[in-house]
Design a protein around this ligand. Sequence first.
Ligand code: GDP
Ligand code: MG
Length: 593
Amino acid sequence: MRRDVPIEEQIQVDRVEVLSGITVGELADKLGVPGAALVKKLFEMGEMATVQQTLADDTVEIICADLGVEVYFMSEEELEFGIEAPDDPERLVTRPPVITVMGHVDHGKTLLLDAIRQTDVVSGEAGGITQHIGAYQVTKDARKITFIDTPGHEAFTAMRARGAQITDVAVLVVAANDGVMPQTREAIAHAKAAEVPVVVAINKIDVEGADPNRVKTQLTEHDLVAEDFGGDVPMVEVSALKRLGIDDLLEVVLLQADLLELTANPDKSARGRVVEANLDRGRGPVATVLVQGGTMRRGDILVAGTADGKIRAMFDENGSPVEEATPARPVQVIGLNEVPEAGDEFRVVDAERFARDVAERRSARERRKELAERRPTTLEEFTSAVQAGDKAHLNVIIKADVSGSAEALEDALLKLELDEVQVRVIQKGVGAITQGDVRLAEASDAIIVAFNVRPGANAREEIDRSGIDVRTYRIIYEAIEDIQRAVKGLLAPEFREQVLGEAEVREVFKVPRVGFVFGCMVIRGEIRRDAGVRVVREGVVIAEDKMSSLRRYKDDVREVREGFECGIGLERFQDVKEGDVFEVYETVEVERD
Ligand code: GDP
Ligand code: MG
């Protein structure tokens, strides 16, 4: 390399295709220049960076503009699966519309979704026990309609955060006795931003004081003008409680869908989005996905966000097994190796190996992006918030085993009314505490509130190193009370659980008449026969139990220290797998200062 040649003259391309979150080294490769040259260039622009460091997208844009190179940000899909030819119009068939219900709290979203589903159950289409899987289909006049069953903005925001859009028509619920409220306005803003047509359900018309005309007048101010007011927004008066107007609403939704001429190609490998996902104690990761194109079949190999796996089973909203799912069909799938996030894109691929690679690359990229993007923003936010007012913030990161708990915890924490301190949830998520979470906590001076989840191995080191405050809970109100006390500067609880050690399950033995014995290695601390045990799988607590036996070779022992093998029997929980970790804890009295 000739150091005196300016970088501009070394560049060998006039266009680069990059992924968001590219490192300095990778960008240098694409430009055909040595990493060091790009580091130097960055330095001249006032940025200190190493070759391994991730660049913010706008930095990439600035550098490339400066170097006279066109830059194109590829989607992950384009990188991983190549750029696809558009569907052959001959193959396109009409598909059902996908509907999201939004509106202010207590205006009747949940009850309306129930009523819609109930209508269908009554019509005899469904049957058996209905199950909440995050989405369902109903049939109206022999046509299917898909409803996203995670009411509120949640579905929308999760999707939009991932650049996805699954909703065709938004149903805006406004209570006739309450009118337009803050979340109504928010919902309208969401629908507008997504350019999704709105159908208004004026609900609770059975209630005294219901005034549908007032609602229509109010909505006019938000550019939603009812047809009888000379506009083109369909508004239907309903009562979710009395089941009035539900059929009309469905008809209007179908009419609106007709205008959109919704089609999809069922003749290709399936793809779509994750609607909802959680870790099921018995079945492992369970995801409700919405097929958007192609047809998905049992046995297909899937990549969903950073998860992958082979579909072992698929179920519909009635809990019945299904063999295949066509466009707009929501199904629950089992067989993924981890819990994907709502809004994640999924795809069926040919080979398990390929799925694995894609998922792993995505995880690695996500970790890098987390570091590159979140750190500065949260720090800035934090600093400016503190500068702006005299209110102190308690920054909180929430990790939980299912998204429902994370949300419940967030809601509860945000509702805490505290004079001097404001709680801010800077991030919430599902799954084990990651290294990224700890780094974010460190960068933003946050505490981590973990609900039924544990740090992964890497995260643990990071926690020990940084001294970040990680609080683990199993009961939501305990979490809330504890935090309330903490921010009020009151006394810590008198009793606290203390983890004594951990043993990793290496082998599972079935012993006649005794049951299962788990061959373990103590990987941290020490474990004691009389202490409590939590079974942790991939960072999530899946069971709580006590030991029924603790043995070294043939001898019963009272404790086993780090680095030694032992055999452990549990009193109740037997569904232990290799790789599970037994977290052994005791309850200790904490001294008050
Ligand atoms: P969400 O917060 O929007 O999901 O609202 P919910 O569906 O939970 O309903 C909030 C409350 O309003 C509940 O007590 C419902 O029973 C009640 N509610 C919902 N729809 C109606 C309706 O059409 N008429 C009456 N009278 N009450 C309703
Ligand atoms: Mg609700």
